[in-house]
Write a protein that binds this ligand. Structure first.
Ligand code: GSH
Length: 349
């Protein structure tokens, strides 16, 4: 495929859009970046669901061919089409862990992001997001319209906090998990530029997407990040545009033999938050319950079930099933004692 056949439609305030833009920049995939609903957003094919980011492929004739949503499948589709600067670690065991870390970023850290933007305890964040989000698609918006859109967005988004779990009851769970993540990242980044070696993987981009908001948009979380993990902030600046980062072929990845203890710490964190939530969500949907209830770090966490996250768990389990028996054993050993075992456990175990 020639290299100018991609359009990414997104928004500056959308974590997954920032994730995908960073992926395209790092991978040297020539692309056009279009802000949704801006004057440039014209004539593009409709995605299957009205969410962003949308990745649009161009056909042979220069017209648009198809449009897809969901950042993880987008990353994997690009891997199939473009060679070089791959996000996939060469050791399949490490590649599985990378998939897991990406999904933790996308599906758990996103709760932290939404919380620090829209929870009622953070009025400065609500005011800031309300002011800025409408202008992203039109910075010359009429002041009256700006005022109305601000009120509309704030009303809609603050009424959705419970959907992602940002409630009074869950607040300590979400906030404490952010502080722990920052502590782990700070230690890890003291010795490593990226999560899995000298080059970024899917996990870096997944966590980065959410942090692009938590660190650079939301005032309360930005202050917490600056005091708990300044290195994470610099890492996020780096991941946002790695176009000049040199990689040698498929070199630079950690392997299953040399994973640092800080990566184990990250897996333990994932095993205390994302893992119990994803498994409980899956069970709640299977038994048609109205609420997901699980224990996270000894506290009871509750929210409504989320069908998309069930699909994510299924994809993760499929990746595990695709590994050789020997690689599956290695993954199990690495996850032993982290809390993540439940993600790959045979239902009969
Ligand atoms: N699973 C998707 C999530 C994309 C997503 O949820 N996008 C949000 C914005 S960050 C959205 O478009 N939401 C639609 C809405 O809130 O109406 C991905 O990985 O890209």
């Amino acid at each position: 495929m020639n290299s100018s056949q991609i359009t990414l439609v997104g928004a500056y305030g959308s974590p997954y859009s920032m994730k995908m833009r960073a992926v395209l920049r790092y991978r040297h995939i020539a692309h056009r970046w279009i802000v949704r609903n801006s004057s440039q957003d014209r004539g593009l094919p409709e995605p299957p669901v009205a969410i962003i980011p949308v990745l649009v492929f161009h056909g042979e004739d220069g017209g648009y061919s198809d449009a897809m949503v969901d950042s993880s499948p987008q990353i994997m589709r690009l891997e199939g089409v473009y060679q070089g600067r791959s996000l996939l670690p060469t050791d399949p065991v490490v590649a599985f862990l990378d998939h897991l870390i990406e999904d933790y970023g996308d599906e758990w850290v996103t709760k932290i992001m939404y919380h620090y933007r829209w929870h009622h305890l953070y009025p400065d964040a609500i005011g800031k997001a309300g002011n800025m989000l409408p202008l992203m698609s039109n910075n010359q918006m009429d002041p009256d319209q700006h005022h109305q859109m601000k009120a509309f967005i704030i009303d809609r988004q603050t009424n959705r906090t419970a959907l992602v779990g940002s409630t009074e009851q869950n607040r300590p769970v979400i906030e404490e998990s952010f502080i722990r993540l920052l502590g782990i990242m700070e230690k890890h980044l003291t010795d490593h530029q990226f999560l899995l070696g000298d080059r970024p993987g899917r996990g870096d981009f997944g966590i980065f997407g959410q942090c692009s908001q938590l660190f650079f948009w939301e005032p309360d979380s930005a202050l917490l990040a600056a005091s708990h993990s300044p290195r994470s902030i610099i890492w996020a600046y780096q991941v946002d545009d790695l176009s000049s980062h040199d990689v040698g072929g498929d070199q630079g990845w950690l392997t299953r033999q040399n994973l640092p203890t800080t990566l184990h710490d990250l897996l333990c964190e994932i095993g205390q938050t994302y893992a119990p939530f994803m498994v409980a969500n899956d069970r709640a949907l299977a038994s048609k319950e109205e609420e997901v209830i699980c224990s996270i770090q000894g506290a009871e966490y509750r929210q409504a079930p989320f069908p998309y996250q069930r699909k994510c768990l299924m994809w993760l389990r499929e990746s595990f099933a695709d590994l050789s028996t020997e690689d599956q054993e290695s993954v199990k050993q690495l996850l032993d004692g982290t809390g993540c075992e439940v993600l790959v456990a045979d239902e009969r175990d």
